[in-house]
Design a protein around this ligand. Sequence first.
Ligand SMILES: [Zn+2]
Length: 506
Amino acid sequence: MINFLPQLYDNELFYSVIARYRRMCGMVSGRAFIRDLFGEFVVITSSNFPQYIRNFIGNLPPTSKVTTKEIIEKHTLFNFYTSFLNEEKADHIYETMGKGSNGSRLNVEQQIGFGGSKVRKPSYLRYCPLCFKEDIDTLGESYWRINHQIIGAYYCSKHHVLLKESSVLSTGNGIEFICADEQICNEELLEDNYSDTIKLLNLEYIHNAELILNRNFSRKDLNYIIDFYIDRLREKRLASKNGNLYMKDVQERFLHFYPKQYLELMQSSINPDSPSNWLRLFVRHNKGNRSPVRHLLFLQFLSIDPPDLLLSEKVVGKKKDSIVHNPSFDLNQRREKWLKLITENPGANRSQLKDKGKGLHTWVYKYDWDWYDKVTPKAQLGKEKAGTIDWEKRDEECLSLAMEAVEFILQRKGKPIRVTPSSIRNILGFGPWFHNVKLVGTQRYLHEVKEDINDFRIRKIKWALNEMVYKGDRITPYKVQLYAGFGGSNKEVRKLILKELVWIKK
Ligand SMILES: [Zn+2]
């Protein structure tokens, strides 16, 4: 039974309240103390995620107004760590903290996903020397603050000075309850050698982290969050209309936004050449654990406050590809048909052409008028013009279509196609006339843009690796070779694959 509980300070870790209570009671035996608090002996393994809180509340004097909900939401890191988990997981963790895991296989930290995540939690409690000084001056004692324990927080959001690491373990078996007092903390400032850029990035990170720490938002499913990211990337032209990511651009911008040193500090370094770096896997519909650190880094990169995501109500995400081919090439097919009609009917004027290509005319005339007007012979301008092809004009036209086609080949999903004059012509659905030497600019472009065989092989290997990593396949050089469609015996290809694999292995 607990006879009196010290007043809970704002932003105080539950662990800290207990530590102050223990100091007040002067109790020596750890076991007796724990029994006193929780009504039975339990093993305390984490200061950030206390458990058996209901037992604790039940042991408080009847006059106490403190509730389990208040302790979990206001005096632990619960909200911070569960804001990006779904409702069910968050509820389950809440329950575990309330009821205690009772020796169940998963403790809270494992449920949150520390086990699988690459981002490790801090091992010691941290404090701000200036907060400490202020506390001593005004309260006569200090306490451990929740926001200083946020993973990835290097500064005090109030004083903008570096947080200091104490010698008090925040996690481990048989946690002791130690106060933030003069024996542990001091007022000396740490020398700050970080650049202003890093400091500002981190202060904004902390600001965002505090937004989710201090409020219990309703949770979203991971799929919803991913779709939200896709929508925002689409707005920034970092994803196609259908929601396919332009991953290379995303990565470039991300690495431009965050200095390398900062990503290291945040345990989120990126090897740009690895198809399985965390960023590439992050905005994908897979179930892997994502640390709140990475959600916050990604949101900050998108300049979005976390509540904008958590309070949003609608997302689009990826749109289903209803047709396999790119619709803009329907347009090109129509154009080609129309040009064919013109060449097959030398001398025909607009209204004659209209009669001959009824449906086609309506479409081109209505939806592609500028082009129609450019290529279709004008009525009664003189007979000499009729029936001749303006090769120069056509060259210009074909050149820009060829460029579009190359873009299409490089961006399309699925097994890569090599960029060659004939693959471009196939995509456009044009006849052999496309290779006519009179189309000077187009031919030059087709020649220049032809993809080197090894470049193409590498592109194919990267694609195969990406797919295999995404599917969780085991990766061996031989399997990659087959997946990419090379057959198993090509030694040159094998060398290229081995080179690519070196990049992946960290
Ligand atoms: Zn401070």
